[in-house]
Design a protein around this ligand. Sequence first.
Ligand SMILES: *[C@@H]1O[C@H](CO)[C@@H](O)[C@H](O)[C@H]1NC(C)=O
Ligand SMILES: *[C@@H]1O[C@H](CO)[C@@H](O)[C@H](O)[C@H]1NC(C)=O
Ligand SMILES: [Ca+2]
Ligand SMILES: [Ca+2]
Length: 307
Amino acid sequence: MLRVLLGCFALCVICGRSKPTEKKSRVIRPPQHDGDTNYDHEAFLGPDEAKTFEQLAPEESRRRLGIIVDKIDSNRDGFVSEDELKLWIRRSQQRHVDDSVDRQWNDFDLNNDGLISWEEYRNVTYGSFLDDPHADSDYNYTQMMVRDERRFRVADTNEDLMADKREFSAFLHPEHHEYMKYLVVQETMEDIDKNGDGFIDLKEYIGDMYTAEEGKEEPEWVETERQQFSEFRDKNNDGKMDREETLDWILPSDYDHAEAESKHLLHESDVNKDGKLTKKEILDKYEVFVGSQVTDFGEALLRHDEF
Ligand SMILES: *[C@@H]1O[C@H](CO)[C@@H](O)[C@H](O)[C@H]1NC(C)=O
Ligand SMILES: *[C@@H]1O[C@H](CO)[C@@H](O)[C@H](O)[C@H]1NC(C)=O
Ligand SMILES: [Ca+2]
Ligand SMILES: [Ca+2]
């Protein structure tokens, strides 16, 4: 899972909120990589494909992984290098973003003109609210709509209030588009900055990840996060995070997700430590790359053209 809980406000409503005691992270950087195999699977396959593989029996999982390995080895020298792995992971990410845009496109392009206007997006997403603005609701749709419109306008580079595929992709997945990064920072700060002073202080930072529960002991990671805040987040030591510090936290420029993930996968499976992977090394560690269920439940239900 890409650990960025941004998404459009409207999408958050659909997906629901994470449980308060669960550690919530807004960062692309994997916070607890150790043993988090779902994270590897999603990086390697993309989230949708990772779910498909979860349903497969081990033999089928390995068989399909074998086919993927042949695709990754683009120079066909019989080894998967770190660069080939990195390229593959980048493609998986991009494919996931493109698929999500394609999947949602027709829901919003009401007049089928190949563009999504703000009005189209607004009507589809907030139509029932606009029809009856005074209906009881747990959400402040006015606020959500204002925020979506602001994001739409930032994504809309030629300022015609119509989104083409690229602009709509930037709207839906701003964390993958460089020109959206300050909006991502702004939205994140608005979410966390409860006292509205334009900064994230320590209390707000912790409050975003953790809500104390009566009678429950504070988990250890909370104190670790407090130290992280002072040592790494609040670089100028004024007790709060400004825009630049927040940017460094959620979208660190020195962090390349695909590179980190390919290094990690290599480290996990390169048994003879020659810096590259044979098909055997990968298949022997198939659970690191794709995982699988131990039973063959669901196998008959899942058919995929590619295989
Ligand atoms: C959006 O909804 C309004 C109100 O129902 C309607 O007048 C308008 O034509 C709709 N716009 C689009 C682009 O569908
Ligand atoms: C909803 O948000 C709008 C715009 O931010 C604000 O003016 C309004 O007071 C909010 N409504 C409620 C019920 O909180
Ligand atoms: Ca349209
Ligand atoms: Ca604040």
